[in-house]
Ligand binder design. Structure first.
Ligand code: ADP
Length: 228
């Protein structure tokens, strides 16, 4: 669950990035966030990850009140969130398997669990045959699927995808969103930031439009995939 109550954020230099935002995303929801460059989307994501703290208002994520969360609890919060970035952020000298396993090794997950969980998430994203490949041997779309598997491996409640299709061949972008939708159907909440209006027109769903720090539109629209 994600909730922002009357949230504003002003950077230390005085630049206001979010201005009295109210937003609620229930468990199991899928929403697209759209908005021009500079609208406040990255700031919103940083608030949800507790990389920044709201200068006004309250932020709740997965049962944590981020205004009150203790420093030592922040890693716990972040383990409930899987993040996918536009630039994949894979480790180049690790195989697909090890890139994903790494996310479990750093939290000291049991070896036995790693050995079953990692192949499972690799199969979910359709990359079983590439488990031993290195990121440089994969297409952009495949690399993003690895990043998605890595985000999923901890079984997060929420996936935040920050322009996940930005570096993916446009034709393959639909597959990334299809995967996020499939993940969402298994119960994970998904918040996806995108600039690609054709994706929104195709998939429809809840669209949150941020403009100069304010939510200017927050509604569910029908998608072209429903008409076909
Ligand atoms: P978006 O992700 O939608 O492009 P941002 O959240 O990055 O928007 O930025 C929102 C506003 O905050 C913009 O006016 C931007 O210039 C400003 N901003 C972003 N980061 C900083 C920063 N570190 N210091 C000062 N202003 C910033």
């Amino acid at each position: 669950m994600v909730e922002l109550r009357n949230v504003s954020y002003t950077y230390p230099n005085g630049q206001k990035a979010l201005d009295h935002v109210n937003l609620k995303l229930n468990d199991g929801e899928f929403a697209f966030v759209v908005g021009n460059s500079g609208a406040g989307k990255s700031t919103l994501i940083k608030l949800l990850l507790k990389e920044l703290t709201a200068t006004e208002g309250e932020v709740y994520v997965n049962g944590y009140n981020l205004n009150k969360i203790k420093k030592r609890k922040i890693p716990h919060l972040r383990r409930t969130i899987g993040v996918v970035f536009q630039d994949f952020r894979l480790i180049p000298n690790l195989t697909v398997y090890d890139n994903i396993a790494f996310a479990l090794r750093v939290i000291d997950a049991p070896q036995k669990y790693i050995r079953t969980r990692v192949p499972y998430v690799i199969s979910l994203v359709g990359l079983t045959s590439k488990a031993k490949s290195y990121p440089s041997d994969l297409s952009g779309g495949e690399q993003q699927r690895v990043a998605l598997a890595r985000a999923l491996v901890n079984d997060p409640k929420l996936i935040i995808a920050d322009e996940p299709t930005g570096n993916v061949d446009p034709a393959r972008s639909y597959e990334i969103v299809d995967l996020l939708k499939a993940i969402n159907e298994c119960g994970t909440t998904v918040l996806m930031v995108t600039h690609q209006h054709e994706l929104i027109r195709y998939f429809g769903g809840r669209i949150i439009n941020i403009n100069t720090g304010s939510v200017v539109f927050d509604e569910v629209i029908g998608g072209a995939d429903e008409i076909q």
